[in-house]
Design a protein around this ligand. Structure first.
Ligand code: TRP
Length: 315
């Protein structure tokens, strides 16, 4: 099935639901990738810098905490550009540890670029990419006899609804053996004003990132969204730790999609949900680990305690 077919079906499903939504994976077309790079450089968006600081300052302690006595594997889910991981791998190589790095991604292109990029700086790295979706690859890892460190960084777990986050970690857990480790990145609950600003920056880059979804539907699905008739809105609920991002329809309007020869009605002030970005408390992290069959071995935080990379051991 083509990506375009999925996009069409996902948008139809999202716009036919009582609370309209767009699956957040559609943020990342070529333009969206560029805007996301800008988000990561915003003064308000602390997440990337906080986690990078953890790897720079605590990378050695993370490696110290690994109990592996024999050859092991580092399996990364959603590797991205791998810059944080590189700091960690570099430290492992410096200590002459015996390991293979296995980044996992649906896209062979992404993996090819990541591999080239890694080998440029770490020419002695053993790297073996895993192309495909998690549901197919993960179960095959359990039969491999090497102990493993799994990486799920960058607060990606926060973009799942709570039940889905638990199911996703459970799926990882099911592919792990007792004693294997999972290092998971999570954004922490903090002063709510700081979180609000991170998801609604002054320069309007986050707004552009969201409005780009409408541009993408216009271009790829032949929709006729008027970009001036929608506005970005985000809201942080500090009690639950949820940032929800939306597009708001500023007027009653009908949008036509030539790709499915269908129209959708947007009421005045109707919301389209675009992303959930969860912020965790220490208690929520402990509970999530416990419920999915882990115990929290060690936590690594940045100086300001904005972000945590939590090291879990499979029981
Ligand atoms: N998904 C990432 C996050 O939750 C990226 C992101 C930053 C984002 N700002 C956003 C996604 C605004 C949607 C809307 O941090």
């Amino acid at each position: 099935m083509s990506d375009q077919f999925n996009f069409k079906v996902d948008i139809e499903r999202g716009f036919e639901s009582p609370q309209k939504f767009i699956p957040s994976k559609y943020f990342y077309d070529a333009a969206g990738d560029r805007i996301f790079q800008q988000i990561m450089e915003l003064p308000e968006y602390y997440l990337t810098r906080s986690e990078a600081e953890i790897f720079e300052k605590k990378g050695g302690s993370i490696v110290d905490a690994l109990p592996f006595k024999e050859a092991f594997e580092v399996v990364e889910l959603g590797a991205g550009d791998g810059s944080k991981t590189k700091t960690l791998l570099q430290e492992m190589l410096r200590r002459e540890m015996d390991f293979v790095y296995r980044p996992m991604d649906i896209s062979r292109d992404v993996l090819g670029q990541l591999k080239a990029h890694m080998l440029e700086d770490l020419p002695t790295l053993s790297i073996d990419v895993l192309a495909g979706d998690y549901f197919h690859i993960l179960p095959s890892l359990k039969v491999d006899p090497h102990p493993k460190l799994f990486l799920f960084l960058g607060s990606n777990i926060g973009n799942f609804q709570p039940a889905e986050a638990e199911a996703f970690i459970q799926m990882i857990a099911n592919s792990m053996n007792s004693g294997d480790l999972l290092l998971v990145g999570m954004d922490l609950q903090k002063n709510p004003a700081l979180i609000e600003q991170a998801y609604n920056d002054k320069a309007g880059v986050t707004a552009d990132f969201n409005l780009n979804l409408l541009k993408r539907m216009n271009r790829e699905l032949g929709a006729n969204f008027n970009l001036d008739a929608f506005e970005f809105y985000s809201h942080y609920d500090p009690v639950r730790g949820f940032v929800n991002s939306y597009l708001v329809s500023l007027e009653k309007q009908i949008v036509y999609f030539s790709a499915m020869d269908k129209s959708f009605l947007f009421r005045k002030n109707e919301l389209i949900h675009t992303e959930l970005s969860r912020k965790f408390s220490g208690e929520q992290i402990d509970r999530l680990a416990f419920r999915t069959g882990f115990y929290v071995r060690k936590e690594f935080k940045d100086e300001k305690e904005y972000f945590v990379d939590s090291l879990w051991e499979k029981v």
